[in-house]
Write a protein that binds this ligand. Structure first.
Ligand code: AMP
Ligand code: MN
Ligand code: MN
Ligand code: MN
Length: 281
């Protein structure tokens, strides 16, 4: 497969914090010219069967994926698994355990938002917006606060309330990097470090994480993602080359109104990178 393939290997359905159904995303991807598409819901594989069926119906090449929440030092890092077996019992069990802490976290976020915004039904509101009761995300709280008129955009809710150091942020411990890579490999998938330009590590911390990821057998890194600007494309092109990682490309599309980048509407991979999709079949 070519580096110029319109591969979009990162996006979300209402099984996590996206707003569209898997089959609707599949049709949107095809309409936007995507040649190879992956659904990668946060910590959940419940949308993959519907997505695969929809892709079979419309003749779109599909990759079953997942985006696993990981704690590294004091930050949340995301690892995308591509080409996983959606029916893998071990993966389903571990993701179920990982999500089990979300409900108590959502209650704590709701308490903090009541105190700092006066909104007294944040838990109920976020739950109502969550397509999957096991997966209440900060995104659902952000949408609820916009609906209540506290902020004018979800981005504003995140920057005022839901990011580290802000009053509605609740610390949480996710999977370890080792666990996430292991679960993905056990389910037959390839592990890809998602949107590395978003993390706030010092240079030496980032290098340590990349070395650990490589030692664990991680295969790829997102170079082209809606989270990156031109400086990040250049930086992570160099990182992919020097660490010998395969390069990935994904819009991280969540919602037509909120997302910066629609499915398939990304620049091509920079020259000289080895695409992760050459390893997917
Ligand atoms: P959670 O897994 O519940 O912590 O939610 C994480 C999700 O929140 C991410 O996958 C993004 O979709 C969204 N998110 C995180 N930070 C921001 C931000 N600064 N602006 C908008 N959305 C964000
Ligand atoms: Mn998300
Ligand atoms: Mn992510
Ligand atoms: Mn994502």
């Amino acid at each position: 497969m070519s580096a110029l393939l319109n591969a979009d290997l990162h996006c979300h359905s209402l099984v996590s914090d996206g707003t569209l159904e898997p089959a609707v995303l599949a049709r949107r991807a095809q309409r936007n010219g995507v040649d190879l598409w992956a659904l990668t819901d946060h910590d959940a594989v419940g949308g993959l069967e519907e997505a695969a069926r929809a892709c079979a119906d419309i003749g779109l090449a599909f990759v079953a994926g997942v985006e696993i929440s990981v704690s590294v030092l004091d930050q949340t890092v995301h690892v995308v698994g591509l080409g996983v077996d959606a029916g893998h019992a071990g993966l389903q069990r571990e993701l179920g355990r990982l999500c089990a802490g979300r409900d108590a976290r959502a209650q704590a976020i709701s308490d903090a938002l009541r105190e700092h915004t006066g909104v007294d039904d944040a838990y109920a509101g976020a739950s109502r917006l969550a397509g999957n009761p096991a997966l209440i995300s900060r995104t659902h709280f952000a949408r609820h606060l916009v609906a209540r008129g506290v902020c004018s955009s979800t981005g504003e809710v995140f920057s005022r309330f839901l990011t580290p150091g802000k009053p509605g942020y609740v610390e949480h411990t996710w999977a370890s990097l080792q666990q996430a890579v292991q679960w993905i490999h056990d389910a037959g998938g390839l592990a890809v470090l998602a949107h590395p330009g978003r993390y706030r590590f010092r240079q030496d911390q980032e290098e340590a994480m990349l070395r650990e990821f490589l030692e664990l057998g991680g295969e790829g890194i997102e170079v082209i993602t809606s989270s990156h600007g031109a400086a990040d494309w250049r930086k992570y092109t160099a990182v992919a080359r020097s660490y010998g990682l395969r390069a990935s490309r994904g819009s991280d599309f969540h919602c037509p109104r909120e997302s910066r980048c629609d499915l398939g509407r990304l620049p091509p991979l920079p020259d000289g990178l080895r695409p992760i999709w050459d390893l997917l079949h």
